[in-house]
Design a binder for this molecule. Structure first.
Ligand code: IPE
Ligand code: IPE
Ligand code: MG
Length: 240
């Protein structure tokens, strides 16, 4: 699709949802859906970056997803582990900085080492940003930021009176631009604890499609819809 007449968001955030239902409805086990979801994510992120969108956040595993069966959790952990080298190669090829948002606890040493390596090696790229949310929770992120702030105030490194939105943003897992377009696949219309701070003025789009089927054409539709949205940020355009 020709994007030249469309409004291009700077930051697109994706809640990858519906993998399980995609598989179950096809008579397969949920794991097959997660596998297909990861494959699709790879294709879709390449497409989104090719459209000159600078920042993508993807919600792949929430702090609450540990409530799932041990089998499902370890399958998803395994999938991520297998994908990490691929993610690194992709980021080098496309000159993308990759960062991981989420709590480090409950992640294996192997995953943590790989995450560190990816973040370090891709730190040199400044044009595009891929924020991978894994073991992520919006409440956890705000609590973790608050703890860092309190520490800095106690150390004398931060004057609490100087704390504003801009500075608070720097205390989050990563300093990210605000989300412009938040897409949640599978028809669910909720945030499920996703980027509560960064989504404050995002446009929300809720396609019915399950994530493994959310392809380039489906993404094009999201951008067409985004183009139609009138973003006011609390102001009023008195000219119109
Ligand atoms: C998204 O798909 C992946 C994760 C949350 C880990 P789901 O696993 O939530 O799939 P549904 O919503 O049950 O279909
Ligand atoms: C949100 O999806 C988390 C991710 C997509 C990683 P869930 O499937 O866990 O959310 P709920 O339980 O339907 O709210
Ligand atoms: Mg779900």
């Amino acid at each position: 699709m020709d994007y030249s007449k469309l409004k291009i968001p700077n930051h697109v955030a994706l809640i990858v949802d519906g993998n399980g239902r995609w598989a179950t409805e096809k008579g397969m086990n949920r794991s097959a859906g997660h596998k297909q979801g990861f494959l699709n994510l790879k294709k879709l992120t390449a497409y989104i970056f090719s459209k000159n969108i600078k920042c993508i956040s993807a919600y792949l595993f929430s702090t609450e997803n540990f409530k799932r069966s041990q089998m499902e959790v370890s399958f998803i952990m395994g999938l991520l582990t297998d994908q990490l080298q691929d993610i690194l190669n992709f980021c080098h090829e496309e000159k993308i900085k990759a960062v991981f948002s989420g709590r480090k606890e409950h992640l294996s040493d192997k995953v943590l080492k790989a995450i560190n390596k990816i973040e370090k090696e891709t730190e040199i790229y400044n044009d595009r940003l891929f924020n991978i949310c894994f073991n992520y929770g919006g409440h956890a992120e705000i609590i973790d930021a608050t703890k860092k702030i309190v520490k800095d105030v106690q150390n004398g490194n931060l004057d609490i009176n100087k704390l504003d939105e801009n500075m608070f943003n720097k205390y989050l897992y990563h300093e990210l631009p605000p989300v412009d377009l938040m897409i949640r696949t599978s028809g669910e219309q909720r945030l499920s604890n996703f980027m509560l701070w960064q989504n404050s003025y995002a446009e929300f789009y809720f396609p019915k499609t399950y994530f493994p089927d959310f392809d380039e054409k489906e993404f094009d539709k999201a951008i067409v819809e985004y183009t139609k949205r009138d973003r006011r940020f609390g102001g009023i355009d008195y000219e119109n």
